[in-house]
Ligand binder design. Structure first.
Ligand code: ADP
Length: 297
């Protein structure tokens, strides 16, 4: 469990995090989303005591991170994947393990989990971005922590790695762990996370499930195909629909449901060849939600 309460961080004149409150519960993957500069990294750094809040509090597993006697065994983090470049993957993990009395066997285990066994004795400095991410994830898992916090772990992974990470995160959550993951890849978040915390300009925009966010924010539309597309389009527009053309005789209508469109077409004596409701994607819902909060446009 991670509990963030009225957390605020000011850097000089910049209000990076603004009275942010949310909880991250165990047993599910929680996605942490927001435009660039929204305050995600700052929040994550404050969760693990790397940055001091200007105001507010945050606890992990019931107490501030720095009060945990063996933090690696409570909270695993990937905040900056740059490992000790001169060392091998194995010796980097061994060095970390030694600070917490974690054994060699656990180091081999996490190397296996992240798929780095074959390259464990190579210098991490020669690793690709994806291999570096895997090493960072291995370090996060080293202490078998109940809470896992990963900042943009998908970055640099190839499609194989993306799928592997998705299953790993879901598996960690299914074991009852608390998993908080930031990402800017909405399509990936839509299939990995169940819960979402969305922030913009340091403030909470949404704290809800993926399904709820899509249903709440995005306006769905209906694909309409008709041999009388022009007349039908005019009729629907007159009843408040917003149309966007798709092709000859086909358009999307937003603002009216399938039943209403069907009834209007019948009343107007206009044949319909297709009516397909289209659910919005998480990306569309996210864009809608964060439109005001985007820093660089
Ligand atoms: P995100 O991770 O969502 O992209 P950040 O937490 O990195 O956002 O940044 C939030 C805001 O705080 C940005 O405006 C950023 O420029 C500012 N910021 C972050 N770290 C510092 C710092 N060490 N000093 C000054 N400003 C910072």
């Amino acid at each position: 469990m991670i509990e963030v309460q009225a957390l605020t961080k000011r850097y000089g004149g910049t209000l990076a995090v603004d009275e942010l409150s949310f909880s991250v519960t165990p047993g599910q993957v929680t996605g942490f989303l927001g435009p660039n500069g929204a305050g995600k990294s700052t929040t994550m750094r404050m969760i693990v005591g790397l940055d001091r809040p200007t105001a507010g509090t945050v606890t992990v597993a019931g107490r501030p991170y720095r009060d945990h006697p063996a933090p690696l065994c409570q909270v695993g983090t990937l905040l900056d994947a740059a490992a000790h470049r001169g060392r091998s993957a194995r010796s980097h993990l061994l060095a970390l393990a030694q600070t917490h009395g974690i054994g060699r066997r656990r180091v081999d285990e996490v190397l296996e989990t992240v798929g780095l066994t074959a390259v464990a004795d190579r210098r991490a400095g020669g690793f690709s971005l994806g291999m570096g991410q895997r090493l960072g994830i291995a370090a996060a898992l080293l202490g078998d922590p109940a809470v896992v916090i990963l900042d943009e772990p998908v970055n640099g992974l190839d499609p194989d790695g993306v799928l592997w990470l998705r299953n790993l995160l879901k598996g960690l959550a299914a074991e009852g762990r608390t998993v908080l993951v930031s990402s800017h890849l909405m399509s990936e978040m839509a299939v990995t996370a169940e819960h979402l915390v969305v922030i913009g300009r340091g403030r909470l925009l949404a704290d809800t499930t993926v399904a709820e966010l899509i249903a709440r924010v995005a306006v769905g539309s209906v694909l309409v195909r008709s041999p009388h597309a022009t007349e039908l389009g005019d009729l629907l527009t007159a009843h408040g629909a917003a149309l966007s053309p798709v092709g000859p005789g086909v358009f999307h209508a937003a603002g009216l449901g399938v039943e209403r469109i069907g009834d209007l077409a019948l009343a107007g004596g206009l044949a319909i060849h297709e009516l397909t409701p289209r659910r919005a994607s998480l990306e569309e819902a996210y864009m809608e939600l964060t439109r005001e909060a985007v820093e660089y446009r």
